[in-house]
Each structure stands twice: as C-alpha cells, then as structure tokens.
Ligand binder design. Structure first.
Ligand SMILES: *Cc1c(COP(=O)(O)O)cnc(C)c1O
Length: 220
C-alpha cells in the first residue's frame, strides 16, 4: 500500500477522541506533501534541525509536534511555530520553553514525559518528580506554557502484557494528576502513547494521541 492508503486506513481505525501524529522523521518533504494530500495535517519530528528545515519548505497549516528529546539550547528554533512539545522532562527545559514562548508572544503547549519502560535509556520523569515540578515556585511563574497532558514510550518488546501495563501506568499517572492539580483545567486532556507496533494497545488503554511513523511511511 502507498502512504496515502496507509494513512487513511489508520485514520479510519481511530475511535473519536484519538488523534494521530504522523511521524515523518527521516522522510523527505516530497513524502510529507504526498501525505498532506489526504488532508491530514498533524506531523511529528524528533530532530530540531530537520524540523525547521521541513517547516520552512512546507505549508504553514501543518501542526508540527516535537516528539523527541529536546535540548534547552535548541528550544528557540522551534518556539515560533511548534504546536505541541511532547517530551518535557525537567523544570529547566520547561523554563526555557516559557522564556522562548514569551519572546514569540505565544503560549506553548507541552506534555510531561514519564519514564514507563523498563529500559534505562529512555528519558522521562517518575511520578514524584512530576509532582515536584508541578508544585515548584518556578512552574507557577510560567505563564507562557501550558501542560496539556502526559507522554510515554513503552518497552520495545513483543510481551504485550508488559506494554499494556506500562500504558496503564501512564494513564494512571494522568488520572492522578488530573484529579490533584488539573481537575478544573479543560486543556489537561492528552495522553500521548502508542507507536506503530503498539498503538492498538495504547488506544485500548486510553491514548488520545498516537505517534505513528513506520506504519504510514515505511521502514526508516
Ligand atoms: C520515531 C518515534 C515514533 C514513531 O515510531 P514508529 O515505530 O515508526 O511508529 C513515536 N514516538 C517517538 C518519540 C519517536 O521517536
């Protein structure tokens, strides 16, 4: 199947309330243009240089999500246009995003990334660290960022019960944060979980945003 068919096929499977971030990393702009013809407009990248190069060449209507690990010194390059930063895992990073958002006269939406996988290489907060971040004086002074939910990556394994448990943990973190800190905050609603190999499980466990690359664009 072609890219457009892959994309429309995937979109048709999604229950209402679940959005797709089409992960276009490593794929050229021509391929993204092809995908755009389906009408889909949410794309995800995980490298700053690559994202800004593509953003310049593609229609401004695209909603760009930054899904990778973000270095503080690179926030300024994406702050003018990024729609959602998925992987915030420190107060310092959030502070820099706030600073660059002010410079651009914007409010930038962010997700807190949680460490849910068993691999130690993956970035992310644990629950106590998230609480510490949210309760910090610094965070309370950040008027130009909004935490709109949580994000996580499951262990890369074919043991589906483990993957399911990890997604369940992320959903539980979301529910707890919602209850304690964000019960009146309508925009705190996103659970970014699920990739090509595990998005079905993620949706069953409450994902609202899946990030899928390979299944749409092929192997990288
Ligand atoms: C690459 C990537 C994805 C997409 O992975 P696929 O397996 O190609 O669907 C999702 N999330 C993050 C953070 C990624 O880096």
């Amino acid at each position: 199947m072609g890219i457009q068919e892959n994309l429309t096929d995937l979109l048709q499977q999604l229950p209402s309330g679940v959005k797709l971030v089409a992960v276009s990393k490593t794929k050229p702009v021509e391929i993204i243009k092809e995908a755009l013809q389906t009408g889909h407009s949410i794309f995800g990248e995980n490298k700053v240089q690559e994202l800004i190069a593509k953003q310049e060449q593609l229609p401004v209507e695209i909603e760009w999500h930054y899904i990778g690990h973000l270095q503080r010194n690179k926030v300024k390059f994406i702050a003018p246009f990024v729609a959602l930063i998925h992987a915030v895992d420190s107060i310092k990073l959030l502070g820099e995003i706030n600073k660059q958002a002010i410079k651009n006269n914007r409010i930038i939406d962010c997700l807190l990334q949680f460490h849910i996988a068993e691999e130690s290489t993956k970035f992310g907060l644990d629950f106590d660290e998230a609480i510490e971040l949210i309760e910090s004086e610094a965070y309370k002074s950040f008027n130009n960022v909004r935490i709109t939910g949580v994000m996580g990556m499951a262990t890369y394994t074919d043991r589906t019960e483990q993957v399911r448990n990890e997604f369940r943990r992320l959903k539980d973190y979301f529910d707890q944060l919602k209850k304690i800190y964000f019960s009146d905050t309508v925009y705190f609603k996103e659970i970014s979980m699920g990739m090509s190999d595990d998005y079905q499980i993620a949706i069953e466990e409450g994902s609202t945003l899946i990030r899928v690359g390979t299944r749409i664009f092929g192997e990288r």
